[in-house]
Structure formats: C-alpha cells, structure tokens
Design a protein around this ligand. Sequence first.
Ligand SMILES: [Zn+2]
Length: 492
Amino acid sequence: MELYETNQLKIYNSLNKSKEIFKPIVEGNVGMYVCGPTVYSNVHLGNVRTFMSFDLVFRYLKQLGYKVRYVRNITDAGHLENDADEGEDRIAKKARLEKIEPMEVVQRYTVDFHETLKKVNNLPPSIEPTATGHIVEQIEIIKDILDKGMAYEVNGSVYFDVLKYNETEHYGILSGRNIEDSIQNTRELDGQSEKKNPQDFALWKKAEEKHIMRWPSPWSDGFPGWHLECTAMSTKYLGETFDIHGGGMDLKFPHHECEIAQSKVKNKVNPVNYWMHANMLILNGQKMAKSTGNYILPNEIFTGENNILSKAFSPSATRFFMMQAHYRSVLDFSNDALEAAEKGYIKLMEALNKLDNIETGKESSINISDWKQRCYDAMNDDFNSPVLIANLFEAVKYINLLVEKKETISAPDFEELKNTMNTFVFDVLGLQNNSEQNACDKLNGVVEMLINMRKEARDNRDWALSDKIRDELASRGIQLKDGKEGTTFSIN
Ligand SMILES: [Zn+2]
C-alpha cells in the first residue's frame, strides 16, 4: 500500500481559486510540467524560489509513493524582451552584446542554472526539453491552429486570433481577466503592428535579416512565439491533458493563458487539471527581478559577496529560509530574516545530531504516530511547509528533553521519530546536514595546527616532540608527508 492511498492531498488550483482533492489521471502516476528559465543570464534568487517550490512539490509527491514524470523546459529561443511580441529575442540580444554565438549564451547559463539548483539541493526533473529541440512540433501545432481558423498569417508571421477564440471560449479563464477590459485599456495599434488586435499573440515570427536565430517554416525563416514551446513540450511528454502545471505567479498572464488557448484549439480539451503558481520573493519592498536590477544571485549569498547581507549564508540555510514560507505567500528577503532562518536551521540539525545520544525506555511520553500524522497533514494541506516545520520543532523540543532525560521514549517510537525526522528534513524539505561537514572542517584545522607545532619543534631541533606529534597522529590513522611545498596529511 502506498502512502497516497491513505493521505488525502489537497492542492490549491489557481484555475478554480480553491483547494481541491488531488486525483491524478492515472492512479499512482503524476505528470507535472513547470515552466523553466530563459537562459540568457544567471538565475537570481527569485527564480530559484519558484524552482525550489516545485522541487518541494516533486519531493512530496514522490514521498507519497507517486511515480512522477516531472518535465521542466529550457527556453533557448523565442522569448522576446517584452510580452507584446516586441523587442529582440533575449538570447540573441545577449549574444550580440557579448559577440558570441547564441548557443554559447544558452550553454553558459544552462550550466549556471544547473549548478545553482544543485547547490540548493533541488532534484533534477525527469525530462528537461529545449525550445530549439522542438521546432518541428511547434510548426505542426501552428499548422493545426491555422487549419482550424484560429490564427492568421501576415508577412510570414503567424498570430493567434484571440478575439475569435474568445467568441466560443474564455480567454482569461486562468487570470480572471476579461477581454472587454483589456480592449478598453490597451492602446491602439500604431499602424506598425501586423496584428489584427493588440490581444493577439505570435505563434511564429518572421526573422529580420540580421536575426541570427532562425529556422525554416512554411511561412518564413523565423522562430516560434514564446508561449508555443510549452504547449508543444508538455503535450509531447505528458499528453493532451496532464495533472499539474506550475510556474511563477507572473506567468499566469499572458503565458499560461496563451498555453490554455493554444491547447484548447489544437486538442479540444483543457490541457491541465491543477494549475499551481508560486509567489514571489521581495527585496527592498519590490519584486526581485532581473529587469529592474533589484535582485541578488544565489552565489552572492553563499560567498557573502554582496551589499545586502552582513555575512555569507549556506545553501541549506537559504533553502530553510524559503521553506519557512508557504509557496503561495510573498516572502521578504532580508539580512534579519536570513539570520533567523540560519538559527532555526542550526537548531534543527543539532537536534538531529543528538539522536544518537538518546536512550530508549519502556514508554513514550508523547504520541509519536499522532505527531507523524500531523507532519503529513501539513504537507497534505497544499504543501504547507511552514506548518510542517512547526511540527518538526515540536520534535526538536522533545529530542532535547529526551537527551536531558526529562522525557522518555520507547524503542519502536524512537525508530519512528528518527525515520520521520529524516524523511521530512532531508527527503521532503531537501535540507542537508552541514554540521558533519563543519565538524570535519574543524578537525582538519586541528591537524593543520599540529603540523605547524611540529614544524616549530623541528625549527627548534626538538626532535623528540616533532617525532611524538608524527607518531601520535599516525597511531590515529593520520599520515604526515613531508614535501618541498611543506607537510601534507592523509587520513587512512
Ligand atoms: Zn511555459
């Protein structure tokens, strides 16, 4: 029996604006698609929060025993500077400014993205497809939408006809916008635009002569519109309708709205059963964003090289900071908040390190299975990590009292406490225990200190002391090796 059979998971569905009982299309299996990064710059902490939120979702679904296919794309073409299908392609622009190939830009920032997410201990998705690897599929979808009369071609570009779509469907179903308001609020087309209406969006753009990223199509040498890639890749790997689609709050409109419209025309079904949106990270009272310059890079936090924080913070402390907030809440980034999170993280790890010092007795003074269920209940309630953490700290208090022998625990309950702590702290929240590494660093420092003392002894021709240090270390399995560059050591 899998855990999902006894746990009722509820997910807040942005489409219906309510928490709903999660029921996957195929029992025991979950298909999840999350919009990935546009790889034209280093991933900033705001983006990382979004990907960490869905890492928590991925981890918990796996914990419940689901077989999850998690698809997260890489946008390596088609994302223009603004949402109105105007401006340069972000990657092509970076390539032009740095005088390198667009694919060099893509390679550099894809590597940075992977390295950063690895540092914060995000699990890799099951499939990570790229937009440029799916041009053929995107062209096929455009042909289909044209055949169904929901798009039109102008000078080699193809646009989705939003007003026509809205005659029979609701464009705005996810974001709650309605097209009449947007018609009133949008400026008139300036005559330069090829679109029939400002609400229309590009499925295919003809490349200008200087544009280096281009592919042949029935309409022109050009490139696909940004919204199309996600429809093409999610349909290809997860089917016409799949379970969960996630992304940052800012993608709701127009990106996800356009995805729904494309799928509804192409496949005549709703593409997604549960839409999930992660909230943003706030810095200096504003949304963290690359475009405004109001952001911090994860590496700047880990190295301490920044103007915002008083010191460096580890990836695990940073992850703990994120997990202390619910993914749908706005989270304020500040030095004080990080310091508080670091304290909490250390307290949690110290308690876990103490587990080995606990003696079991005949009876337990708290009900461990109740506590364990409360941990699951928290996560079953739309992945409520702050409530889960509050429950974990209840256990921390208990562990500390057990060490002081002020409480008691039976052997089977102790096993359950230990396993549940490990499950939620490491497997579900994805935290890592740095204290073992810290202890190791400290001991290395002690060996270095003894090596220096031995050198001083030798400089003073105190051979007895220098030999004693070497032999004592050797008897503990630490071998010293004298070389031209000084003395090094190895641990056997
Ligand atoms: Zn997307």
